[in-house]
Design a protein around this ligand. Sequence first.
Ligand code: CA
Ligand code: CA
Ligand code: CA
Ligand code: CA
Length: 301
Amino acid sequence: MHRVTRCGRSIFLSLIGSSVAIAGGPVSIPIANPGFEEDVVSPGCFQALPSISGWITYDPELLLDGGSNAIGGINIPPGSVFFPAGAPEGEHAALIFLETVAGLGPVGLRQELGVTLEPNTTYTLTVQVGDIASGTGPPPCDVFGEFDLDGFPGYQVQLLAGDLVIGQDDNTLAGVIDDGEFGLSTTRVCIGANHPQLGTTLEIRLINLNLAETPEDPGIEVDFDDVQLVVEPNLDPLLGDIDVDCDVDFADFGQLTLCWSGPAQPPLAGCPLGADADFDNDNDVDLLDFAELSRQFTGDL
Ligand SMILES: [Ca+2]
Ligand SMILES: [Ca+2]
Ligand SMILES: [Ca+2]
Ligand SMILES: [Ca+2]
């Protein structure tokens, strides 16, 4: 459950040796080669590449061989047999093509960003994810004949901080996009005041899950384009979120218990981390505040 929290405070992003203040609005985090336009491919063609500019290959099972199993680029003009609507952004997209290693593990692209995870922010990662259609490219890339690219092997789009996945789209577009279509993947991550990965470096991963399909629909390729990451301060307090982690769950009830104080006691004595559990602002934490917290509960029962 990602709901936006906190009131207007200036937040500073460390950006590759400099700082950029974001006092209110969203700010785009720089990404190298975000639309995969830097590696030029002939119009309408696709091409295996040893590497993709700005990105690092993620291949934990060592499945890539540069031929039958490869990363690369694809040039997608409108009317392309592979994606009739053309590229979502520019002319090119990245591809991860795994023809002979189905089911043996994921392969992807990753990029470490020059920024660290900041408190009281929401990150929104968007990526165009493509399910390529079968077809034969135009000359000079028609020498390979027709590729059977029916089906879809699944994907993940991940945002990491310090090597830990803090948010991801785990294949939600599978069954939504069809052969020959791109769809927009959106991952929103609300970061509270005390997230354990604060200060660690952000990273994006784009993954072909390489799930085994059928001989008729082998599902060997996923395409990616137009990667964008936006960060914005959490502006509105989420009532009941005492521990400021962007939800109201049992941890917040635990905090409320610690903050419990009757009228005879100093208000809010014992509250940790400056937590505010006096939701009705009557200078105590009692059953009325407990009832308010119950109304705001967003966690899983
Ligand atoms: Ca592009
Ligand atoms: Ca396909
Ligand atoms: Ca909470
Ligand atoms: Ca109260």
